[in-house]
Design a binder for this molecule. Structure first.
Ligand code: PLP
Length: 399
């Protein structure tokens, strides 16, 4: 092993850079999770999370990666053989659909070209066709991390209502929470799934379900087997600030700190920062003469940008060159996008100069890997960042 000086640039779309404040908060002696002090921590994080999901409903915390929270959302609300409507927006939507099938659910999986989100008009049409109301849930990945496309969750809610359909609405916000505007209550989402390692700026290891009243009612009659993921014991214990099994105590210290940081910056400012960095990134991509994978401007992701490499140029070779030369990790192309796209993560604890450094690494890498491109991407991003910096600072002050 050789020592690499300076900081590694972790610009995959999660896990994201963990701020020093969070790392220091985690680096504390583990406390008795059944002792009196723990309840204060438990209440603080369970209550504090609500503002981030924009909900007054309970949020539960699992010591698990996001996949666990996917499973929890399904097994608590559904029964074997239930039909669910899912959208193939990319790799993660595909994995969630595979899980639903393994659990004994019957997904209808609506295809897309992996360049757009779930179409609200199609949601409405599919639900209207379902005269028998056999579809029990509509499952949507808000931000498809494999493609950099954000589905329109509010518009899909309206589509479900327009169809007059009683299906539950389950949404994965694993790479959008605290990065892209999201409103659990206002958008009538029944279960929101989230994870710790992206917008929440924590290491991997925690995941979440925000649970609406309709979902809690559905849980009373849902027949899929569940034990570890069961909401009932979790919610009962959470009332007094405790957990039914050993929680990830040190990650909860980190979560308390991350929630404080989000409050200090102001959630709306955090979201605006992500929007601004995403716009700067897209300007760089266009200036290079490359193509953003997302084909629908109103569905551009503010967490990450997936970039197509020209035909005949392997995106993974480019990533390898960039890692070797500049110690920066970029996201790989997943599933059918392998070798065709690289993903620039710009979410979490991030600022203008980190973005400028990231884009400089990409631009130099394009040269090294001999990917045909024009110069000036970093310049285009810098011009946008400079022109919009004053507004961003004023907004921060006003918070
Ligand atoms: C949108 C989305 N859903 C689900 C997952 C799976 O989460 P995990 O890998 O934490 O289990 C990920 C992981 O990156 C994701 O980005």
């Amino acid at each position: 092993m050789t020592h690499l000086s300076g900081r590694h640039f972790l610009q995959i779309p999660g896990p994201t850079n963990v701020p020093d404040r969070v790392l220091r908060a985690i680096d504390m002696p583990t406390m008795d999770h059944r002792g009196p002090e723990f309840a204060t921590l438990g209440h603080e994080v369970l209550d504090g999370l609500k503002a981030v999901f924009k909900t007054a409903q309970p949020v539960v915390i699992y010591p698990a990666s996001g996949t666990g929270a996917w499973e929890a959302a399904l097994v608590n609300t559904l029964s074997p053989g239930d039909r669910v409507l899912m959208f193939e927006t990319g790799h993660f939507a595909t994995l969630w659909q595979k899980m639903a099938t393994k659990l004994g659910l019957v997904p209808e999986f609506v295809a897309t070209d992996w360049r757009r989100g779930a179409d609200p008009a199609l949601v409405e049409a599919k639900l209207k066709e379902d005269k028998a109301k056999a579809i029990k849930a509509v499952c949507v990945v808000h931000n498809e991390t494999s493609t950099g496309v954000a589905s329109r969750i509010g518009a899909i809610r309206k589509a479900i209502d327009a169809a007059g359909h009683p299906a539950l609405y389950l949404v994965d916000t694993i790479s959008s929470l605290a990065s892209i505007d999201y409103r659990h209550d206002e958008w009538g989402v029944d279960v929101t799934v989230a994870g710790s390692q992206k917008g929440l700026m924590l290491p991997p290891g925690l995941s979440f379900n925000a649970i609406g009243e309709k979902a809690r009612k559905a849980a009373a009659g849902a027949k899929l087997p569940r034990s570890y993921w069961g909401w009932d014991e979790m919610l009962a214990n959470n009332k007094s600030g405790y957990f039914p099994y050993t929680p990830a105590t040190n990650l909860l210290y980190g979560l308390r700190e991350a929630l404080a940081m989000l409050r200090e910056e102001g959630l709306e400012n955090v979201l605006a920062r992500h929007d601004r960095h995403a716009e700067a990134t897209r300007r760089a991509v266009r200036a290079w003469g490359l193509e953003v994978l997302c084909a629908v401007p109103e569905e551009y992701s503010s967490s990450l940008t997936a970039v197509l490499t020209p035909a005949g140029h392997d995106a993974d070779e480019l990533r390898k060159r960039i890692l070797a030369a500049f110690d920066m990790s970029l996201g790989t192309g997943l599933g059918k996008l392998a070798g065709k796209v690289f993903r620039i993560g710009h979410l979490g604890d991030f600022n203008d100069l980190m973005l400028a450094g990231t884009l400089a690494g990409v631009e130099m890498g394009l040269d090294l890997a001999a990917v045909p491109h024009r110069k000036g991407g970093v310049q285009a991003a810098m011009e946008f960042l400079a022109a919009s910096a004053k507004g961003a600072k004023a907004a921060r002050k006003a918070a």
